[in-house]
Ligand binder design. Structure first.
Ligand code: GLU
Length: 444
């Protein structure tokens, strides 16, 4: 796997010599990346793109991908969001190596609060603890996406690090944890840029090295505004439920803000893990393009193994038998835009259409009876034989072949659109095809 030496890693705010004495120099060589969502709702795909980039960088560098739930803002917790976050990652194959919940780590934050109290860097305010901002300081870092970013400490206000309920705020818990978990790279959305100077001050207060920062520009809608629900601010789970393949979502998201070396577009998670690098992250916001997502979905439906596609369909439509779904994959895979179209395309393989639902047939019932007897006589049943039988019957009975095909299609499938008819009838089997034709004749 490719190793890139990254000059920006683990810089100290100032006085690097002092910090070297307390830091283990080895720690800065290991790549450890965390995705740190707050369980305050359902993460949309923009959040999950951050998780994807976290994962890809960690794995590209043979490093560790950490999932850390930042659940210390107790008022904002939304029940169930922890599970949805985990499911969103799992469904895309983003396996985390370590898992933490901040609410279980309160002792650690208290211990660190005490260090700051002892140094008189904090003061109590209505039961909470505020960190004192030193005046006249320039706080800067080399952001690996944006380059140098600078803030003057004078623009910051003393901020709360531990609330009166004893829980730490985001800033404090996140810095203590990033240090404690030996995070080498913080990759997060660029709405956190304005928090970073506060974090730098905390690193400095503890004489800790700080990690490399990578702030990702947000994905924008086609109107270049914040992504709206309609245009993509949906969860991964919603996309899966709408019939998108995890492979397509991963591929699509990976190219929102990152570019490969060449103009290849199709990447599996493994390909991405191999190719991903921070230096091809884009400074500008990527634009969400739903059509492109549909394109990726179709490409991946063509590409993945029958078995994999069948299983994904089965999770969406558990009523269908898996083996049977698998046997239908060659017939349907290039004909669906999303997996949601499977029933429309293939339900008739599983269920006989109701006679009342059969679209109008232009041929007489006696002609259908003739077709039945031709079919009954055939010893072989495969698509080329079926074609021959239909063509011969059309000639013999002096009817239009297309008309005959559409009559048979309507009866056996209950629909005017199906996968190729002869292959479909082969799949359905001789006996079942004949039964359906007979039922039609009987009821007429
Ligand atoms: N808990 C923050 C969030 O919800 C994490 C930000 C960060 O990665 O530092 O996005």
């Amino acid at each position: 796997m490719k190793k890139t030496e990254d000059p920006q890693r683990s810089r100290k705010v100032e006085d690097p010599e002092r910090s070297r004495k307390v830091e283990d120099p080895e720690r800065s060589r290991r790549v450890r990346v965390r995705y740190a969502p707050s369980p305050t709702g359902v993460p949309h795909i923009g959040n999950i793109r951050t998780a994807l980039f976290d994962f890809l960088y960690a794995k590209n560098q043979d490093g560790t991908f950490i999932l850390r739930l930042e659940d210390t803002d107790r008022k904002r917790l939304v029940p169930g969001s922890r599970e949805i976050i985990q499911e969103s990652l799992s469904v895309l194959g983003l396996k985390w190596d370590e898992y933490y919940e901040q609410s279980r780590r309160l002792d650690l934050y208290q211990k660190h609060l005490k260090i700051l109290k002892d140094q008189k860097l904090v003061y109590e305010d209505q039961g909470s603890w505020r960190f004192k901002i030193p005046k006249g300081k320039t706080l800067k870092w080399q952001d690996l996406v944006h380059g140098e970013i600078k803030f003057l400490s004078d623009v910051l206000e003393d901020f709360i690090i531990v609330k009166s309920d004893g829980f730490p705020t985001y800033h404090f818990a996140s810095v203590v944890d990033d240090h404690d978990m030996q995070i080498s790279h913080v990759i997060r959305g660029d709405e956190w840029i304005s928090s970073t100077p506060k974090h730098l001050l905390l690193y400095e207060a503890f004489s800790w090295l700080y990690p490399a920062f990578i702030h990702l520009p947000p994905i924008l809608g086609p109107d270049r505004k914040k992504l709206s629900k309609r245009e993509g601010a949906k969860s991964v789970i919603e996309y899966i439920d709408e019939g998108y393949l995890p492979e397509a979502l991963v591929n699509f998201l990976s190219l929102l803000g990152w570019a490969p070396k060449d103009d290849r577009e199709i990447f599996s998670l493994n390909d991405l893990t191999r190719e991903f690098s921070l230096d091809r992250l884009n400074k500008n916001s990527p634009i969400f393009n739903g059509e492109k997502l549909n394109w990726f979905n179709r490409e991946w439906m063509k590409k993945i193994k029958d078995d994999r596609l069948a299983k994904q369909i089965k999770t969406l439509f558990p009523q269908y038998d898996l083996e049977k779904i698998r046997s239908l994959i060659p017939l349907v895979r290039e004909r669906m835009k999303t997996l949601l179209e499977f029933p429309k395309m293939a339900d008739f393989f599983f269920n006989r259409p109701k006679i009342s639902n059969i679209p109008k047939i232009s041929l007489s019932v006696s002609l259908i009876a003739d077709v039945i007897s031709v079919f009954e006589k055939s010893k072989v049943w495969n698509n080329s034989v079926i074609r021959k039988l239909i063509e011969e019957t059309a000639v013999l009975k002096k009817i239009d072949r297309i008309e005959l095909i559409s009559a048979v299609r309507n009866i056996v499938s209950g629909s005017i659109i199906t996968p190729p008819l002869y292959e479909s009838m082969e799949q359905l089997g001789q006996e079942e095809t004949i039964t359906r034709l007979k039922n039609y004749v009987k009821k007429k």
